[in-house]
Design a binder for this molecule. Sequence first.
Ligand code: COA
Length: 182
Amino acid sequence: MVTIVTLDPQNRRHRRQAAELLVENFAAWPAMEIARAEVSTLLARNRVCLVALNEKNDVVGLVGGLPDYDGNVWELHPLVVKKSEQRKGIGKRLVTAIERAAKARGAVTMMLGTDDEIGATTLSGCDLYEDLWLKVRDIASLKPHPYTFYEKCGYTVIGVVPDANGTGRPDILMAKRLGKRR
Ligand SMILES: CC(C)(COP(=O)(O)OP(=O)(O)OC[C@H]1O[C@@H](n2cnc3c(N)ncnc32)[C@H](O)[C@@H]1OP(=O)(O)O)[C@@H](O)C(=O)NCCC(=O)NCCS
């Protein structure tokens, strides 16, 4: 059974395991030293950092959230599930948990960016300044890409940052309404 809890800053083992998940899954954190620094950042006072723990009390998932726009909007960043535990519903549960935490702190919108650095969607490898909104409307996946995971969690593509990771490698922006508009 997997439980979702706030990452305890004092728990060095959980912090290390959280950093290991980043190294295992993301090119952006190629080494433990850099990943450990990221985990410290996620533990900043204004942020929320949740982990999924398995029955052995090992970290098998991590999600972070941080406020923006005076707290009306929270950004979901990062989200990761241990490779051996993916496709078992843990990612979806982490998303629900961080949404609940953000909503409890006053958020009306959750947003995120999901990069396409590997030509996994039709938004990659093209000039997004031409027919931008048609391309966004007609987005499709060419290989598995997390944007479809987020769609299953209720997120909508709201835009794109062209060339965010180099020419033709965009960041796909997505958002979800968490509550009533104030
Ligand atoms: C993306 C990620 C967090 C999803 O977590 P997960 O625990 O595997 O996802 P879940 O089991 O909760 O899946 C929920 C649904 O999304 C689908 N899904 C999961 N990962 C997917 C992916 N990468 N691409 C497309 N669909 C995906 C599942 O099949 C499932 O569909 P269903 O409800 O129709 O059965 C996980 O695959 C991961 O850590 N990937 C590497 C890091 C990453 O890409 N993070 C996101 C960066 S923005």
